[in-house]
Design a binder for this molecule. Structure first.
Ligand code: IMP
Ligand code: MG
Length: 168
């Protein structure tokens, strides 16, 4: 199984630590809210915020997958934020961006709540041809068009607990 390792544990940890330090510098005195997109971002978010040495808040949102949706921008929220993000600085934390459809819907929704600012932090950006309508301020790795699991990401609900990234 370990034969298919795409990114080993150490490489992930170094990169996540770097992102955390970068965010800490840019958000000093802004008390940002990190919004993790469930479930895939939970491990990335947990490691990321431990490297962000400034006051911050954390919340989570879960939305139903876009396949069931029209392109109206409406998504079904399975678990909504608890914190009001109006006039706050938001950093949306995602595991992986493929087509960008999921994030387009979620970010449209979050913008309607009038945050002061909103930036995206994704561990992986998969497709160079993604149709995300927003720029990705922070990302960990650009990867080829493989299906990957581990470090929060799943295949049929499994493999989220792997400490490395593996190609299925
Ligand atoms: P998008 O909407 O096409 O950008 O897909 C993004 C979502 O699909 C992510 O939040 C993941 O949950 C899931 N996803 C996309 N590619 C992968 C993959 O390679 N492994 C696991 N999940 C993936
Ligand atoms: Mg996801």
């Amino acid at each position: 199984m370990k034969d298919n390792i795409l990114i080993p544990k150490n490489d992930i940890q170094n990169r996540v630590r770097f992102l955390g330090e970068q965010i800490a510098k840019e958000y000093e005195n802004k008390e940002p809210i990190f919004v993790g997109i469930l479930k895939g971002s939970f491990i990335f978010l947990a490691d990321l915020v431990r490297g962000v040495s400034i006051p911050l808040m954390i919340d989570f949102i879960e939305a139903s997958s876009y396949e069931e949706k029209e392109s109206s921008g409406n998504i079904r929220i399975l678990k909504d934020l608890n914190i009001n993000i109006e006039n706050r600085h938001v950093i949306v934390v995602e595991d992986i961006i493929d087509t960008g459809n999921t994030l387009n819907h979620i970010i449209d929704n979050l913008f309607s709540r009038k945050p002061s600012s909103l930036k995206i932090c994704s561990l992986f950006v998969k497709s160079k041809k993604h149709t995300l309508n927003y720029s990705i301020e922070y990302y960990g790795f650009e990867i080829e068009d493989h299906f990957v699991v581990g470090y929060g990401m799943d295949y049929k609900g499994m493999y989220r607990n792997l400490e490395y990234i593996m190609i299925v």
